[in-house]
Write a protein that binds this ligand. Structure first.
Ligand SMILES: Cc1cc2nc3c(=O)[nH]c(=O)nc-3n(C[C@H](O)[C@H](O)[C@H](O)COP(=O)(O)O)c2cc1C
Length: 170
């Protein structure tokens, strides 16, 4: 049976290079896995006062995460760090499903997760932060994280070109 892989693209930008990489990877996974993209644009900035009752946008992303066998994060680097939208989403998803049971599982509990990053340069610098965060929220971090540099022409024409060797190594 095919695995369900949830793609979390850490850029909300139209034309995102990380989204373009996700689409390439989706093509490579054709016939091997079912890919879904997490739509989290309506999840608000985290605020504990908004946890109860559970917001529809939060319930939806939790459900998508729970349905997935694995999560593949495609993330830019913002100021040498995990982009705010991804951190915010992971903060929400890290909360226990039942707030009356503080030691209970979150939607992320034991989820297999890997990370790829397309950025201008130094994208590997964000990987240790991802490993810390993803381990802390009790996911199972797997794989060699992939770092791809934006090809210079892409800044002009908007089209990311990934090296064949990088795609072959995925
Ligand atoms: C606020 C901000 C900070 C950034 N900081 C970094 C950085 O520290 N290192 C880096 O390699 N790229 C940095 N970039 C460049 C982005 O990683 C690059 O534009 C990337 O293509 C954005 O991803 P996207 O195309 O998927 O939106 C930054 C971009 C923004 C908007």
């Amino acid at each position: 049976m095919s695995k369900n892989i949830l793609f979390l693209v850490g850029s909300l930008r139209e034309g995102s290079f990380n989204y373009q990489m996700a689409k390439e990877v989706e093509g490579l996974l054709e016939g091997k896995a079912v890919v879904t993209y997490l739509d989290y644009k309506d999840v608000p900035v985290f605020n504990q006062d908004l946890e109860t009752p559970v917001l529809a946008s939060v319930a939806k992303v939790r459900e998508e995460i729970q349905k997935a066998d694995a999560i593949w994060i495609f993330s830019p680097v913002y100021n040498s760090a995990i982009p705010g939208p991804v951190k915010n989403l992971l903060d929400w998803a890290s909360r226990v499903l039942d707030l009356t049971n503080p030691g209970g599982p979150s939607a992320l509990q034991d989820k297999v997760v890997t990370v790829s990053s397309v950025a201008s340069s130094w994208q590997e610098k964000v990987f240790p932060a991802y490993i810390d965060l993803l381990t802390f929220v009790r996911t199972k971090v797997v794989g060699e994280f992939t770092a791809a540099k934006v090809n210079p022409e892409a800044w002009g024409n908007g089209k990311l070109v990934l090296a064949d060797e990088l795609l072959a190594a995925l």
